[in-house]
Design a binder for this molecule. Structure first.
Ligand SMILES: C[S@@+](CC[C@H](N)C(=O)[O-])C[C@H]1O[C@@H](n2cnc3c(N)ncnc32)[C@H](O)[C@@H]1O
Length: 227
């Protein structure tokens, strides 16, 4: 193992050295049309869970090249994407060129320090938790709570270990890599109780968790108005 999983900045800058590599590590393919369709799918999931409104100021944690932001921005007041990787953000900047209500921010990989308390209506993170240590997943849930306005909504997802396809991900990685040869960004699954615990412990109300397509676990909740 040449890089530490928790050294997110160095790991993800090296995975996004070229546009092709960045696309592959974001979604497993490089086709722009499919990339756009995938973004539409994620936007639809956000509509079904936290809801998307015209006057929402939205933050995506780990926005990559703006796969979702490009689709979502026309439907909200402002979309802000943050990511640990400056290489991802450079590519995101190109993809979002000409979409005026978007903004990008580099972050440390461990917190949302550039953002003030009570700034956003919606915070979401998708296809990111699988690459993080559990503690760092929870820290982002806590940070999302901090930067959300009272009444603001949070969404996160991961591969569901208990689903058939999630178990395949787990087993394939176990068999494919020797312990010292595991890639730093290797996907690690979650379970519904794990995600539910993070949201409840962080203080979210109306917490819901769901499995989907025999692969994903989704969790979402609301910051209490008195929080
Ligand atoms: C698989 S990509 C998903 C990108 C985007 N969410 C999407 O669905 O298109 C994972 C993203 O998480 C970012 N990332 C990895 N570790 C991070 C961390 N600790 N903090 C913030 N972003 C991180 C990577 O740079 C990368 O852009």
């Amino acid at each position: 193992m040449s890089q530490l999983r928790g050294d997110y900045k160095s790991v993800w800058n090296s995975l996004a050295g070229t546009k092709r590599d960045a696309y592959l590590h974001v979604s497993g393919h490089t086709d722009e049309e499919k990339f756009h369709d995938d973004g539409e799918d994620t936007a639809e999931i956000l509509r079904e869970t936290v809801g998307i409104r015209r006057d929402d100021v939205v933050l995506e944690i780990g926005c990559g090249v703006g796969r979702v932001g490009r689709v979502l921005a026309p439907f909200v007041k402002e979309w802000v994407g943050c990511d640990v990787s400056s290489n991802m953000l450079r590519l995101a900047g190109r993809r979002l060129l000409g979409i005026p209500n978007t903004r990008l921010q580099e972050i440390s990989g461990y917190d949302l320090r550039p953002f003030a308390d009570r700034t956003f209506d919606v915070v979401y993170t998708t296809v990111v938790f699988m690459h993080l240590e559990e503690w760092d997943r929870y820290t982002y849930v806590l940070e999302a709570f901090r930067v959300l306005k009272p009444g603001g909504r949070f969404y996160c997802d991961n591969v569901d270990l208990a689903s058939p396809a999630g178990w395949r991900v787990f087993e394939e990685s176990r068999r494919q890599f020797k312990p010292m040869e595991r890639p730093a960004q290797i996907s690690k699954c979650s379970t519904l109780p794990e995600i539910e615990t993070y949201l409840k412990r962080a203080g979210f109300a109306d917490v819901q968790v769901a499995g989907r397509l025999d692969f994903w676990v989704y969790g979402w909740g609301t910051k209490p108005v008195a929080g």
